[in-house]
Design a protein around this ligand. Structure first.
Ligand code: F6P
Length: 549
């Protein structure tokens, strides 16, 4: 079916004429005109508070953005996703990560089969296994309890579990140390193996397809390393797999009883809720993992049922569209003011950029407008001393998402107050800025000469009017982390619908994979199967010479 160009919609045209006026608004002025902006432009759901008042929006902007969401069919397409319709058209698949967090009592029929009993059968398996490892009843080959878990996977089979294990570090079992190996660069696996003892280590080979070059190479090297210390008969006690590919898991030599399956209707970057979450379940226990799923489910319920006016994923998604397609912003910075969320920006990079980094619409025609911005960021306050200079005073406007927990998980006195003060001060500074009169007054108070004041002035003026959202939670716990991830998943969905793209395929990773396969044998001296350009030939020649030394 032919997609209607975003620019041809009634709501988009209305927004375009609204933008002609709104583009010059100053947020300082919006706040003084509407003192209740915080109450008006904040929403709450599933343990999260979203303050979106520090954006270049007013009531009309929000009304028009929600009109656009409706006209693009966000509600209809959301319901189709939850119902298990095959909305991933290029792969002919349903998109049902939301089924993974549904309660046992739910029912969801896909291709004539209720998928919920299967989901819970796998969860039961995860519970039994993780209980045994955590209580020390799962013994390694020499009768010792497991102390180290090495997850070998990449992309969605790595970023989610690694991010979540770090985020929920205070809830983790004290005996278990988690390691994550993703890169085919041998330094990654080598560094992990140097820290572990084969007698007390459990390897999880995590790959949806069980064909990914990086993961399979690391898995084979890990097995070789293990067999260098122990023998083949010991493997079942030290190697388990998470995959949709039973046959390949069996061929690799992993006991099918130690395989945790999931389904093709779970996209890699949406798979933390599936068996791919096994490292998280091992770290925080099955009860904690259930709370995590519960948090995601609570956000699903909110997304499904809340009116668009109070619907957090819809609001965040539409404000993102406002900046990307009207203000022309090119990136989104994620600023978690929580050290344990240090991997969250990297996690969101895959979620947002692999989902919505598309240049054609679902019908294959080129998009009429830009889609996903570049997503990047780092924890606060560290980012303040690195790149916040550009966010405050650079030539580009970069919307920022601040994320913070109100209560810390440590007892160190004073730290959390300073952390939160910085978080709130940054969003205030982005919004208010500091005008020339304010700078002048400050410099006069320092008794600087008039000539010096005028010379310094342009460097010290903050234009302000730089937008941000702030997401607050009481504490970073399994349920709030689940809700936070689901919030961004649904935000990405909303934006994909508005841009008219398929957010659930990832053809962009294919070309590089194929070309690497061609180059690999050439580096080891095999004849060149195809001519490359002079640059690639030059690089290959250099590497060949170095590798053969
Ligand atoms: O990078 C492409 C990709 O397919 C991701 O979408 C996925 O998360 C990752 O590779 C890993 O894939 P697999 O789990 O099949 O090894």
């Amino acid at each position: 079916m032919r997609e209607i160009n975003l620019t041809d919609t009634v709501a988009f045209k209305a927004l375009a004429s609204h933008f002609a006026e709104a583009k010059d608004w100053q947020m300082r002025m919006l706040f003084s005109r509407q003192p209740n902006r915080f109450d008006r432009f904040s929403a709450e759901a599933a343990g999260l508070l979203l303050d979106y008042s520090k954006n270049r929006i007013d009531d009309t902007t929000m009304r028009l953005l929600l009109d656009l969401a409706r006209e693009r069919g966000v509600e209809r397409k959301r319901d189709a996703m939850f119902a298990g319709e095959k909305i991933n058209l290029t792969e002919h698949r349903a998109v049902l990560h939301t089924a993974l967090r549904m309660p046992r009592t739910a029912r969801l029929v896909v291709d004539g089969q209720d998928v919920i009993p299967e989901v819970h059968a796998v969860l039961d398996h995860i519970k039994a296994f993780t209980d045994r490892v955590r209580t020390g009843n799962w013994l390694g080959a020499t009768g010792r309890a497991i102390t180290d878990i090495v997850n070998i996977g990449i992309g969605g089979s790595d970023l989610g579990p690694e991010m979540a294990c770090r985020a929920l570090r205070p809830f983790a079992h004290p005996r278990l140390t988690m390691h994550f190996v993703a890169n085919v660069d041998g330094h990654d696996l080598d560094a992990a193996l140097a820290k572990v003892n084969p007698e007390t280590t459990l390897f999880i080979i995590a790959s949806k397809t069980f064909t990914t070059r990086e993961t399979m190479m690391n898995a084979r090297s890990a097995r070789e390393w293990f067999l260098g210390h122990r023998n083949e008969a010991d493997l079942p006690k030290h190697f388990v797999a998470v995959s949709t590919n039973t046959q390949a898991v069996g061929e690799f030599g992993i006991d099918p009883a130690n395989m945790f399956p999931f389904w093709d209707w779970v996209g890699g970057r949406y798979s933390i809720w599936s068996s791919i979450g096994l490292p998280l379940a091992l770290a925080i226990g099955f009860d904690g993992f259930s709370e995590f799923l519960g948090g995601g489910h609570a956000m699903d319920q909110h997304f499904r049922t809340a009116p668009l006016e109070r619907n957090m994923p819809v609001i965040m998604g539409m404000i993102g569209v406002w900046y990307r397609n009207f203000f022309g912003t090119t990136s989104l910075s994620i600023a978690p003011y929580h050290q344990d969320l240090s991997q969250f920006p990297a996690y969101l990079q895959q979620l947002e950029m692999e989902s919505n980094g598309k240049r054609v619409a679902i019908d294959g025609r080129p998009l009429s407008l830009e889609s996903c911005p570049v997503v990047w960021g780092n924890v606060g306050t560290n980012g303040q001393h690195a790149y916040f200079q550009l966010l405050h005073l650079g030539t580009d406007i970069v919307p920022v998402d601040f994320i913070a927990a109100l209560k810390p998980m440590h007892d160190l006195s004073g730290h959390h107050t300073v952390l939160l003060a910085n978080c709130f001060a940054q969003s205030e500074a982005f919004m208010r800025g500091k005008n020339a009169d304010e700078v002048r007054a400050e410099l006069h108070a320092q008794r600087l000469a008039e000539s010096e004041i005028e010379a310094l002035l342009p460097h010290k003026v903050f234009p302000g009017n730089r937008p941000s959202n702030t997401i607050l939670m009481d504490e970073l716990a399994p349920a709030t982390l689940g809700a936070l991830i689901a919030l961004y998943e649904h935000k990405v969905f909303v934006q994909g619908v508005v841009w008219g793209i398929n957010s659930f395929d990832q053809w962009g990773v294919e070309l590089g994979k194929v070309l690497a396969k061609n180059i690999e044998p050439e580096l080891t001296g095999m004849p060149c199967p195809e001519a490359h350009d002079s640059s690639t030939n030059g690089l290959i020649a250099r590497a060949k010479a170095a590798l053969s030394e």
